[in-house]
Structure formats: C-alpha cells, structure tokens
Write a protein that binds this ligand. Structure first.
Ligand code: NAD
Ligand code: DAU
Length: 351
C-alpha cells in the first residue's frame, strides 16, 4: 500500500539510515525528510538517494509551527517517524534550553499538527516517536531497563527526551492519537557526528591526538549498530501495536575504557602501527557532570512480539565502522571544519 511518511531529523546520524532504508525498500511510499540542518544534519549523508522519485527533502524547523502545519497540509501524511532532536548530552549540560526548545516544543508542534490534520480519521495513521534508554536513568551493577521501568532522567538531554515521551503518551490518552515509542541504547556506525565517543576517538587516534576518557572510563553503555536500529524502526513502524513502547538494545555492554582499547587495537592494525601505539593516547579527563553509570536494555519484547534481532556482532560492526570512517575522510573533514574546532576546544580545553 502506498503511504506518505514524514521522517524528521533524516539528515542526522540515525535518521539518514532510516530514510535510506525506507526510500530503498518501499519505492511505493513517498518519504519526506524534514530537517533544519543543524551542525548535526548533513545532506551528504543521503547523497546516494538524492534524486530518487520517492524521496523529498524539506528544510524546516520542527519548532516552527507554521512550517510544520504547511507540510502536513501539503503532503497529507499517513505517518510520522520523529527523530529530530538535539542529541548530545555534553551540549545539553552547556545549554539546556536548546534541548527543551527542540526536543519538547518541537515534538509538541508535530503532535499538534498530527492531531489537527488527522482528527477526522485516525485510522491507519501513526505517530512514531524515537526515544532513548537514557529516560530510565542509570543502572547499578545489575538489572536491565524494561518497558515498565520508571522514568528517572538525570541529564538535561534525557529530561527533555523524557518530557517529549510523556507528551506523546498524553496525546494518545487525551486525543486518541495513534502512537508508538521506542527507547534505544547507544548507536554506533557510519555517519555519526564526531562529538560522540566512537567517532571522536577514531578521529583523535587517526591524528595521534589524546583520547579523552571521562572519569575512570568505567561507565557502561549497551552498543547497537545503527542499521540494526533502522531495521527495528522499520519493523515497529509496520507491526508495532498502537500505544505500545518497545525497548531496543544490542545486548552488548562495554565499559568505555574496554571499548576504546578494542578500537585502539583495530586502529593499530588498520594504520600499520605497532601494537599499543593508539592505546598510549588514552587520557583520563574530568568526568561528565552527573555522568550516568550504566545503561543496559532488555530487548526481549520487540524480539518476542515483532521478531526483531540485531544482525551484527560488535567486533564486526566496529570494524565496519572504522572502515567506513577510513574510506570517508572527505565526509569527516567536512563535518569537522566550521564550528567543530571551537566546540572541541571549549569542551576539551584544547587537548
Ligand atoms: P543527530 O544529532 O545525529 O541528528 C539529529 C538531526 O535532527 C540532525 O539532522 C539535525 O539537523 C536535526 N534537527 C535538530 N533540531 C532540529 C529542528 N529543530 N528541526 C528539524 N530538524 C532538527 O541525532 P541521532 O544520534 O541521529 O539521534 C536521532 C534520534 O534518535 C534522537 O531523537 C535521539 O534522541 C534518538 N536516539 C539516539 C541514540 C544515539 O545513540 N545516537 C540512541 C537512542 C535514541
Ligand atoms: O543511550 C542512548 C544515548 O546514547 C542517546 O540517547 C544519545 O543521543 C547519544 O548521544 C548517546 O549518549 P551517551 O552520552 O551515552 O553517548 P556519548 O557518545 O556522548 O558517550 C558515550 C560514553 O562515553 C559516555 O559514558 C561518556 C563517555 N565519553 C564520551 C565522550 C564524547 C568519554 O569518555 N569521552 C568523550 O569524549
């Protein structure tokens, strides 16, 4: 069946993989990518699908209600897959308001448009909100986040994401808007902006610069290859039950320091360096304020009910990621020109 789907934040890291997947797999759909192109949005991420007849890019801000309404008016969307957000925890600590604006106001602007334009017929409509495991807070040594874990966000980023999740559920309850929410763990893979741990470390290792590890490097994250997140999003969009939440994770927990050592070993081989050369760049720096200790996701619901499973082992995914960054030097150079250096110097005090 033909559908017109709005994907927000499609020029970003995860969004670009989702847009590409939908455009290529569903030629009968019309995919509208709405993105304002912040520092994190880059149309280079999608140059391979540019010009495809079922793909349209609209440069617009989700906080601009008039612009959002115009797009709903113009395209008569059947569904929304909402990824646009401010996504970096460190930036949220510097400037919480930017996160409230985009993640909360922006989400509510989209919800209002969906509610208005779909009010006479909500059948076969879906507002799919992409969220994060960080809304559940921080775990101790044991346990996993399940869909019923109480919200306990601890950073301005996760507080804004939690707030947006609450609004999505409130619109489902109050206006019967058909919704689904997924909460995913840390993604890695091609096209991730080098403010996040893996691409930042890659870039520094490549250039023989110090690798900044916050605190003692003992914090734990559960890593998932980005294309596996995109496959889960595809499944949930088509098979997820109205009103439900699904957790998505890699069942793949790593302390930051072990992960970086693994990355260093791969980089030594790829760069033809003596074993241990890259690891000598590891530098422990001041911890992130309020740094969550451990995230770990129980994905059994989406696996059991929708049949999802990740396709890659971490070692394979990490090597694939390193290869992509090695082969896409131009992409990396283009995103680290401009404001990146100023950001880096402010955040890492010129290390
Ligand atoms: P990203 O920062 O790489 O991309 C965000 C995109 O949103 C960019 O293209 C940016 O231009 C766009 N955008 C930002 N503000 C906008 C606005 N006001 N209007 C329109 N577009 C705007 O983010 P990402 O890592 O790809 O994350 C995408 C979504 O997935 C976010 O909602 C994030 O919370 C969620 N998420 C991310 C991860 C992860 O590990 N990266 C894990 C779980 C959930
Ligand atoms: O869990 C899902 C979340 O994962 C997403 O919702 C966020 O959008 C995404 O940014 C990510 O958040 P994290 O804060 O976990 O990712 P980040 O890559 O910033 O950091 C990963 C870990 O590495 C974290 O414990 C902090 C640490 N770190 C990070 C950077 C950038 C360092 O030690 N040094 C660094 O320079």
């Amino acid at each position: 069946m033909s559908k017109t789907i709005l994907i927000t934040g499609g020029a970003g890291f995860i969004g670009s993989h989702v847009v590409r997947r939908f455009v290529n797999r569903y030629p009968e759909y019309k995919i509208v990518n709405m993105d304002v192109l912040t520092y994190a949005g880059n149309l280079e991420n999608l140059k391979d699908i540019d010009g495809k007849p079922n793909y349209i890019f609209e440069k617009a801000d989700i906080t601009d209600e008039e612009a959002v309404n115009k797009l709903f008016e113009k395209y008569n969307f059947d569904g929304v897959i909402h990824l646009a957000a401010e996504s970096h925890v460190d930036r949220s600590i510097e400037d919480p308001m930017a996160f409230i604006r985009t993640n909360v106001f922006g989400t509510v602007a989209l919800l209002n448009a969906a509610r208005t334009y779909w009010k006479d017929n909500m059948e076969n409509k879906l507002f799919y909100h992409i969220s994060t495991d960080e809304v559940y807070g921080s775990l101790g040594d044991t346990g996993l986040f399940v869909e019923t874990t109480s919200y306990d966000p601890k950073s301005p980023y996760s507080a804004a994401k939690a707030s947006s999740d609450h609004f999505v559920r409130a619109y489902h309850n109050t206006y019967k808007l058909p919704i689904v929410i997924t909460n995913c763990s840390n993604n890695y893979g091609p096209n991730q902006f080098p403010e996040k741990l893996i691409p930042l470390a890659f870039n520094n290792i490549k250039n023989m610069k110090q690798i900044p590890i916050y605190g003692k490097g003992e914090n734990i994250r559960d890593w998932l290859f980005v294309e596996d997140h995109a496959s889960a999003i595809d499944l949930v969009y088509h098979k997820g039950k109205n009103g439900e939440t699904y957790n998505i994770g890699g069942n793949n927990e790593w302390t930051n320091i072990d992960l970086i050592r693994e990355l260093c070993a791969i980089m030594d081989k790829k760069m033809g360096r003596d074993a241990g050369t890259s690891a000598s760049l590891i530098t422990f720096v001041k911890d992130r304020a309020g740094h969550d200790m451990r995230y770990a996701i129980d994905s059994s619901k989406i696996m059991r009910e929708l049949g999802w499973e990740p396709s890659l082992q971490f070692s394979e995914g990490l090597e694939k990621t390193v290869d992509w960054y090695m082969e896409n030097e131009e992409w990396l150079q283009s995103v680290i020109s401009g404001d990146y250096q100023a950001y880096y110097n402010q955040m890492y005090k010129g290390r």
